[in-house]
Design a protein around this ligand. Structure first.
Ligand code: ATP
Length: 265
């Protein structure tokens, strides 16, 4: 076997996850390359979070092979792999103590712990944390405690935290869930700016809603019952037919500029 392709960040071949006799995911073939921004769409229970957990090196496939950043899951030290992958999810947010200072939460990401446990962070860490918060429009929140933030503010802070370690891959699980309309639009705009940024990592964003697809995202994977209904370039894949098949109901898809809106006929 030759050297792994450095541009191939995720390489799933026949990835399958089984629990107690049920197949939650797969078999799934999926590849993410450098500079790609993927959205993963599918109904409740389709296996999206399961798939993201494999991509985060948190879960090993029951069958098939998963390579992440050139390393094969099961044959590599996941503790070395995980800091290279930025993740943001509601589950992570729930584990943050209310009293945690936003700036500490972000700066501590480099040490892969929740909460500030080391008194002396390098100045470079602190200024990077400030920069990451500012890039998500959350610079003014640095001095607040996490428990006082709105849902939308929390999401932006957690994404800033995920970017802190300069990850090669960014995984976002339903980043806009629970946000009001203004909060959602604000987040979609921020994620879109990140998507257009050539220095930003490859990203995978899981959602139920096409309205949450940020402009600048390049690829889509539509999941149903653990299997890919279709995947590829966003423009080719995101169609009314594919969405109808994925969600099991007739869907009409409207496109306004680079935004998508779905509804029943
Ligand atoms: N440990 C487990 N044992 C058995 N079934 C599980 C387990 N974990 C998840 N499941 C089931 O696997 C399926 C896929 O779950 P997953 O969370 O990946 O879906 P999802 O697409 O992220 O759903 P949602 O949109 O509702 O978050 C669901 O039917 C879920 O009930």
């Amino acid at each position: 076997m030759g050297e792994p392709d450095p541009d191939l960040l995720v390489d799933f071949e026949g990835v399958t996850v089984r629990r107690g006799g049920a197949t939650l995911l797969g078999p799934l073939d999926w590849r993410v390359e450098l500079d790609e921004r993927w959205v993963v769409l599918g109904p409740n229970g389709a296996g999206k979070t399961t798939m993201l957990r494999v991509a985060a090196a948190e879960l090993h496939p029951s069958a098939g092979t998963a390579h992440l950043l050139g390393e094969r899951l099961g044959r590599t030290d996941v503790f070395e792999l995980r800091p290279r992958i930025g993740t943001s999810s509601a589950a992570l947010g729930h584990r943050v103590p209310d009293a945690e200072l936003v700036s500490d939460l972000v700066v501590s990401a480099g040490y892969a712990v929740l909460g500030r446990w080391r008194e002396d962070y390098d100045e470079v860490d602190t200024s990077r944390a400030t920069e990451m918060l500012a890039s998500l429009g959350a610079g003014h929140l640095a001095g607040r405690s996490f428990g006082t933030l709105s849902e939308g503010e929390r999401k932006r802070v957690l994404i800033a935290r995920a970017l802190m370690t300069d990850p090669e891959l960014l995984l976002l699980d339903e980043p806009a869930a629970g946000l009001d309309l203004g909060g959602r639009e604000d987040l979609v705009e921020r994620l879109s700016m990140l998507a257009w940024d050539a220095d930003a990592p490859a990203s995978v964003l899981v959602t139920h809603h096409v309205e949450e697809v940020p402009p600048g995202y390049t690829h889509a994977l539509l999941l149903r019952e653990g299997r890919a209904v279709t995947q590829g370039l966003l423009e080719d894949v995101l169609t009314a037919e594919a969405l109808s098949a994925t969600f099991g109901t007739r869907i009409v898809l409207d496109r306004v500029g680079e935004r998508y809106f779905a509804h029943r006929p």
